[in-house]
Design a protein around this ligand. Structure first.
Ligand SMILES: C[S@@+](CC[C@H](N)C(=O)[O-])C[C@H]1O[C@@H](n2cnc3c(N)ncnc32)[C@H](O)[C@@H]1O
Length: 260
């Protein structure tokens, strides 16, 4: 499939320009309902579930849940800033947004302007990057969380892997990626109209492996209409899994051993 869709430079650039073009052409999508494909009512369960997940991550990572730290997040494929406005900006002192469709990014800028926000002065949207993920290298060591929601399906596998490999360097020590995505039952589902793929859980796990990322936490989204794809939220870490004191690495425990 990938060979057919993005097998040479011309095909690849067509894949990406059609993907972004799909969103560019639809000015009506400049609303929550629009960026959620007509399912604006899933905004509430989506944010609620993400917030609970984020809270567990922050309290795992910091004894005070991060309240006395200067936390910074990056919202990837941010659209009109829905996730930042409803969630990230309340927890992070600074949020940067990346979105390749300029009119979405302008709407995000407006939605997140100080007069349209009801958050503390110490919380703000800082940088707005109008660039696609496959061309972006985030600033080294800047982020506590890099949030990637409902946009990674636009990236071909090779660009998926190289984006996460590059972006690892943008995490602070102990920082995490959060990837929230639609999940296919098996294999993948190709959408030829918006040039995206919906991957299965197994497919994602194989890609995480290639990226050198471990799953730190995983949760299934609940409360969405039945006709929609299942949705999972993964927290991913570049750090090797922690070994319990004194435990041997798993590979060794299953090897034959000489009885002494
Ligand atoms: C379904 S919307 C989701 C927006 C936002 N993440 C949210 O949950 O409200 C998909 C977004 O992915 C963006 N997108 C499309 N191709 C992209 C790419 N190559 N890199 C980054 N974002 C992309 C679209 O412009 C659109 O804003």
């Amino acid at each position: 499939m990938w060979r057919e869709e993005v097998g040479d430079l011309h095909k690849k650039s067509e894949w990406y320009s059609k993907g972004v073009g799909y969103w560019e052409k639809r000015v009506w999508r400049q609303s929550v309902d629009g960026v959620l494909g007509g399912y604006g009512h899933v905004n509430e369960p989506d944010i609620k579930s993400s917030e609970a997940f984020l809270n567990t991550l922050l309290s795992d990572r910091f004894p005070d849940g991060g309240r006395n730290r200067h936390l910074v997040a990056l919202d990837c494929g941010a659209g009109i800033g829905r996730v930042t406005k409803n969630l990230l900006i309340r927890y992070f002192n600074e949020v940067d947004l990346l979105e390749p469709v300029s009119h979405f990014l302008e709407a995000a800028r407006e939605n997140l302007s100080l007069e349209n926000l009801t958050v503390l002065d110490s919380h703000k949207a800082s940088n707005f990057y109008c660039v696609p993920l496959q061309e972006f290298t985030p600033e080294a060591g800047r982020y506590d969380v890099i949030w990637v929601q409902w946009c990674i399906g636009h990236l071909a596998d090779d660009d998926f892997v190289s984006f996460f490999k590059r972006a690892k360097g943008a995490l602070k020590p102990g920082g995490l990626f959060v990837l929230k995505e639609n999940i296919a039952r098996a294999g993948f589902v190709l959408d030829k109209e918006d040039k995206s793929v919906t991957r299965s859980d197994l497919y994602f796990k194989e890609l995480f492996n290639q990226c050198g990322l471990q799953i730190y936490k995983l949760k299934d989204q609940k409360g969405f209409p039945e006709e929609l794809f299942a949705v999972k939220i993964y927290a991913l870490t570049p750090d090797p899994p922690k070994r319990v004191n004194g435990a041997r690495p798993k590979a060794h425990t299953n090897r034959p051993g000489i009885i002494k």
